[in-house]
Design a binder for this molecule. Structure first.
Ligand SMILES: Nc1ncnc2c1ncn2[C@@H]1O[C@H](COP(=O)(O)OP(=O)(O)O)[C@@H](O)[C@H]1O
Ligand SMILES: [Mg+2]
Length: 416
């Protein structure tokens, strides 16, 4: 049966056929009891995309993120070496990708797939090593950032301070002076500069407390790490375990890394173009996938986090430098409208909240025949049954995602 290739335009389809399109699932034909699986559904990974995965809790969002990662890992070298990925793991569940899926062997059999583990690189915050060690959780490496990588606005955002309240003002003043004097600095340097500010003793004490607390986050390190070494390596699949990091600090770290990835890719793109013109070969910086679970916490519809701005920028400008973003959320309505508006691919498992269905309805515009609620109602009641909205072909497909080959740790526990 011929495959359905999603997210690929006609010219690319003619040129590449099914090459560089990953196996995501199968098309569902018929409704309710009569529903059955037909053609394979493939998704383009040669070009950058903005992808959203939504659905109620327990419907397969995190599971689907890992289907992408497994498939990226399985690509032939000549494609995989031009790609890499960063997965933001808010629950500490994705390291299990190293082990084979022994839980769903019969399902895998039905699909003609074999359980297997994959080579992924798990990063944890440097200052949390002891906690991970004590819990016997394996990781491959640590990451950290430098206080001087944060802008004054980042500090205000992460401490949830307003730039016009006194605490915000003294912090900005101290940082302003410090940044003039030093290129690299520690949190203690910030505290010292803060203390030198005149007056506002109470407010200074409050900010000092925030800064002392920041030392305990475990994300600050001794020198600058570069995303080129850490993440942007040919075929490297990185999992950033921020499961025990507070949410505003997660956004800060993820925002900083994403910003650096964008900057590196913009530089690389320029070099690639120059090399093309001069017809010389250069070492390529791989295009990067950034996959964010529980994404409504990173780019929320209401309010701002330290990663809001950079994600709004990447969804608008990231295609040119070759960045694909994938946002998984159970509340599409709570995701910033910029993100949904920029998505060219939406994978949606069952949703029930009216506001969330409305959010999807709004981005499906005019190209569907029936109301989206009808499509949901017609889905068979099996795990992984969902819809794919393809902006490229302006079509909607009912699909079932394929079973994972590696172990999934996200399922809810049972009491029996
Ligand atoms: N395509 C699929 N095939 C088989 N089982 C699936 C599929 N998708 C999800 N599941 C099952 O659903 C459970 C919940 O999926 P998960 O991705 O953790 O949910 P959430 O949407 O909350 O992130 C998984 O543990 C897995 O057993
Ligand atoms: Mg999940």
């Amino acid at each position: 049966m011929p495959a359905i290739v999603i997210g690929r335009d006609f010219d690319d389809l003619k040129k590449y056929g099914e090459k560089g399109a990953i196996f995501f699932g199968k098309h569902i034909v018929g409704t309710g009891e009569d529903a059955h699986l037909t053609s394979p559904v493939l998704i383009d990974v040669l070009r950058p995309h903005v992808i959203a995965i939504c659905g109620k809790r327990g419907q397969g969002k995190s599971y689907s993120m890992m289907i992408f990662l497994e498939e990226l890992s399985k690509l032939p070298d000549e494609i995989r070496d031009n790609l890499c990925a960063l997965v933001v793991d808010t629950q500490g569940i994705f390291w299990t990708m190293k082990s084979p899926n022994e839980q769903q062997i019969s399902l895998l059999n039905e699909w003609g797939l074999k359980p297997r583990g994959f080579d992924v690189h798990v990063l944890i915050p440097e200052g949390q090593k002891e906690i991970f060690d004590k819990a016997d959780v394996n990781y491959d490496d640590v990451f950290y950032i430098m206080p001087n990588e944060l802008t004054p606005e980042d500090w205000l955002n992460v401490f949830e301070l307003s730039p016009i309240e006194t605490e915000g003002i003294v912090l900005q003043r101290a940082l302003g002076k410090l940044m003039k004097d030093k290129k690299e600095y520690t949190i203690d340097d910030i505290i010292n500069y803060l203390k030198e500010e005149k007056g506002f003793e109470r407010e200074k004490l409050v900010v000092e407390n925030y800064l002392l607390a920041a030392k305990q986050w475990g994300v600050f390190g001794p020198r600058k790490q570069t995303v080129s070494d850490l993440i942007l390596q040919p075929g490297k699949m990185t999992i950033l375990d921020v499961s025990i990091t507070p949410q505003n600090v997660r956004s800060l770290v993820v925002g900083l890394l994403s910003k650096q990835i964008l900057e590196e890719r913009i530089k690389a793109r320029r070099k690639e173009e120059a090399a093309k013109i001069e017809e010389i070969k250069i070492k390529r910086t791989p295009m990067c996938w950034i996959l964010v679970d529980e994404a409504h916490n990173f780019v929320p519809a209401k309010g701002k986090t330290p990663s809001s701005d950079i994600f709004s920028k990447i969804v608008k400008e990231g295609r040119q430098p070759g960045i694909t973003t994938l946002f998984a959320t159970q509340r599409p309505n709570k995701l910033h409208p910029d993100v949904l508006a920029q998505c060219d691919l939406v994978i949606s498992y069952r949703l029930t909240a009216k506001a969330d269905i409305d959010a999807l309805r709004a981005i499906m515009q005019t190209y569907v025949l029936f109301d989206i609620a009808t499509y949901f109602n017609e889905l068979p009641r099996v795990k992984g049954a969902g819809l794919i909205l393809d902006d490229n072909s302006e079509r909607i497909y009912r699909i079932r995602s394929r079973p994972r080959q590696s172990w999934h740790a996200g399922s809810s526990p049972v009491a029996i």
